[in-house]
Design a binder for this molecule. Structure first.
Ligand SMILES: [Zn+2]
Length: 162
């Protein structure tokens, strides 16, 4: 069972759905070996029944295990749709199917999550990859690379203080 809501429950009051959707149920095809899923989708969704549709408002959060396309380093990429809003039509051409008063909301969550998948995951925007030149320079001057990157914001702060 994916994420679903019972329309009869909605007749009385708004419903809040909260839980985890296993990766198998989310059933996304990352289509690429650089992204794998190992954690469930976490969701909190408030469902409101409007006249001819459902209004979903809440949060979707999914952790992706990515491999940087440049340096192949594994890293975690978090998709956090907060707030997530979605409109589910109950009438017309795009109407969501209703089975035993229940509407499956999983496809809507899946669609919006997929849109957030990184096309070319990078461990950091400035990653230069694994060219042989980079490797040798990191080995020789590993320390200076760190201090160079970390110094400027703090020295700016110090200037402000004194
Ligand atoms: Zn990288």
């Amino acid at each position: 069972m994916g994420i679903s809501v019972n329309l009869r429950h909605l007749e009385r009051e708004d419903v809040v759905l909260e839980g985890e959707l296993p990766v198998e149920k989310l059933d996304v095809d990352a289509g690429d070996e650089v992204i794998t899923l190992h954690e469930p989708l976490r969701y909190t969704i408030a469902v409101q029944h409007l006249e001819q549709s459902l209004l979903l408002e809440g949060r979707l959060r999914l952790a992706l295990e990515c491999n940087c396309v440049r340096c192949l380093k594994p890293f975690e990429y978090i998709i956090d749709l907060n707030p997530w809003r979605c409109h589910v039509p109950l009438e017309g051409e795009d109407a969501a199917p209703v089975n035993n008063d229940c509407v499956d909301l999983t496809p809507y969550a899946r669609e919006d999550i997929l849109l957030e998948f990184p096309q070319h995951p990078l461990c950091k925007p400035e990653c230069r990859g694994l060219s042989s030149k980079t490797i040798s320079s990191v080995k020789k001057t590993g320390d200076s690379v760190d201090s160079e990157a970390g110094s400027s914001p703090w020295s700016e702060l110090n200037k402000l203080k004194f």
